[in-house]
Design a protein around this ligand. Structure first.
Ligand SMILES: C[S@@+](CC[C@H](N)C(=O)[O-])C[C@H]1O[C@@H](n2cnc3c(N)ncnc32)[C@H](O)[C@@H]1O
Length: 196
C-alpha cells in the first residue's frame, strides 16, 4: 500500500469518526435518516451528503444556537433543501417523523464550544431511543455515542446501558464499541440494528 492510498483511510480517533465510517456504509442514496442531536451540525452535514437529493434528514436539538449553526453549515454546503431542522427535544421524535428510517444518530452530552450545562438527560434519551427503534426500517440502525466523563454523563451512560441490555435479541443486534487503551471515562459507541 502506498502512502497516498493510506491517506484515504479515516483516522479512528474515537467513536465519532468510527460512527462516521459506519454511516458511510449504512446510509444509501434516497434514505430517510435522523440526527437526534444536531449540536454544531457536523453529523447532520455528513448525513445530508449521504442521503443524496432524493433522501431526507430530520435534525433535532433543543438549542436555537445549535439549530442555527447546523443550518449555517448546511447552507454553506448547499445541502439544506434535503434537511428539516427542529428546535425540539428528541423525546418528541415520533410526533414529527414518520418511519421507516434507515438511521437514527445520537451524539449525547453537551455541545462542544457551547453551554456545558445543557446536556442530554437519561430520562428523555431513553424515551427517544425507544421511539427511534420503532421508527427503524428492518436492517436500520440506531447509533449512540455516550460520554461518561462530564457531570451527569455517568447517569446517562447507566440509562443507555440499561436500555441496550433489555433489548430482545430476536428483534435487534446490539453492539458496544469502545477503545481499549483509553480511560474508563472516554466516550464509546452503541450500535443497535433492527433485525431483518
Ligand atoms: C454532543 S452535542 C451533538 C454534536 C453534534 N451531533 C455535532 O455533530 O456537532 C449534543 C447536543 O444534544 C443537544 N440536546 C440536549 N438535549 C437534547 C434533547 N432532549 N433533544 C435533542 N437534542 C438535545 C444539546 O443541545 C447538544 O447540542
Amino acid at each position: 500500500m502506498t502512502n497516498s492510498s493510506r491517506s484515504t483511510i479515516a483516522e479512528l480517533r474515537g467513536p465519532v469518526p468510527l460512527s462516521h465510517q459506519l454511516l458511510r456504509t449504512f446510509v444509501r442514496d434516497g434514505d430517510t435518516v435522523v440526527d437526534a442531536t444536531c449540536g454544531n451540525g457536523h453529523d447532520t452535514l455528513l448525513l445530508a451528503g449521504l442521503v443524496g437529493d432524493r433522501g431526507h434528514v430530520w435534525g433535532f436539538d433543543i438549542q436555537l444556537q445549535a439549530v442555527n449553526e447546523t443550518w449555517r453549515r448546511l447552507a454553506e454546503a448547499e445541502l439544506s433543501d434535503r434537511v428539516t431542522l427542529l428546535q425540539v427535544g428528541h423525546e418528541e421524535l415520533a410526533r414529527h417523523v414518520t418511519g421507516p428510517v434507515q438511521v437514527v444518530l445520537f451524539n449525547l452530552g453537551y455541545c462542544p464550544g457551547g453551554d456545558r450545562s445543557i446536556i442530554t438527560r437519561p430520562a428523555t434519551t431513553v424515551i427517544a431511543l425507544e421511539q427511534a427503534l420503532d421508527l427503524l426500517a428492518p436492517g436500520g440502525t440506531v447509533m449512540v455515542t455516550v460520554y461518561p466523563g462530564h457531570d451527569g454523563g455517568a447517569q446517562e451512560q447507566a440509562g443507555v446501558e440499561n436500555w441496550v441490555a433489555q433489548l430482545e435479541p430476536h428483534n435487534c443486534h446490539s453492539w458496544r464499541m469502545g477503545q481499549t487503551n483509553v480511560s474508563a471515562a472516554a466516550p464509546y459507541l452503541f450500535l443497535v440494528q433492527k433485525a431483518l
